[in-house]
Design a protein around this ligand. Structure first.
Ligand SMILES: Nc1ncnc2c1ncn2[C@@H]1O[C@H](COP(=O)(O)OP(=O)(O)OP(=O)(O)O)[C@@H](O)[C@H]1O
Ligand SMILES: O=C(O)[C@H](O)[C@@H](O)[C@H](O)[C@H](O)CO
Length: 171
């Protein structure tokens, strides 16, 4: 297994934390959530229903690139919505692999609605994520269809990264 540094990307509610955590366990590398690296003012902004700007995300991405550089292996859940953001993350390690959790607004909104106690809420906020999103193509990321169950989504990730035979996940 050679893949050691992975970013699980996508809009809010696409399943990055759920899938990323399980992937970290499977790969036996630490899982990090980029949400934990937002400044207090960024969190406040989002909690007040104001989407982040490029400027708001600049220092956050710098810190995340440092984290990627520092760790020998990791799975990082990070929105990484724009190409320039992903380029900034890759400065931490050019071999970084991206898994893009791709889904439509309706699917993701329905999952958002089930989530509680999260500062990122509201249809407008989710819409703003889709407006900012610059989808990576297959040259830049493995594209994962999130319409299926978490287990099936995880299987796609494993297959994309060619980590283990898929049968190992059947339980
Ligand atoms: N494939 C799936 N099928 C059904 N529910 C899912 C699936 N993936 C994730 N969920 C659920 O959808 C919700 C959002 O998932 P999660 O919190 O992992 O997304 P996220 O991308 O990390 O969001 P955020 O960036 O806002 O933190 C959670 O309640 C999670 O359990
Ligand atoms: O780039 C961004 O706009 C942020 O990273 C968001 O995606 C939120 O942090 C996250 O979705 C909240 O859970």
């Amino acid at each position: 297994m050679t893949v050691r540094k992975i970013v699980v990307m996508g809009v809010s509610g696409s399943g990055k934390s759920l899938v990323g955590e399980r992937l970290g366990d499977l790969l036996d590398v630490q899982f990090f959530d980029a949400d934990d690296y937002h400044s207090e003012s960024n969190v406040q902004k989002m909690a007040n229903g104001i989407p982040l700007t490029d400027e708001d995300r600049r220092d956050w991405l710098t810190d995340l690139a440092d984290l990627i550089r520092r760790e020998a292996g990791l799975v990082l859940a990070c929105s990484a919505l724009k190409k320039t953001y992903r380029d900034q993350l890759r400065t931490g390690d050019p071999s970084l692999k991206f898994l893009y959790l791709k889904g439509d607004f309706e699917t993701i909104w329905s999952r958002h609605a089930q989530r509680q106690d999260h500062y990122f809420t509201g249809q407008d906020m989710l819409e703003s994520q889709f407006l900012s999103l610059e989808e990576p193509d297959a040259n830049e990321a493995y594209i994962i269809d999130i319409s299926a169950t978490p287990e099936a989504v995880l299987k796609q990730c494993i297959a994309a990264l060619s980590i283990k035979p898929q049968d190992d996940l059947d339980q």
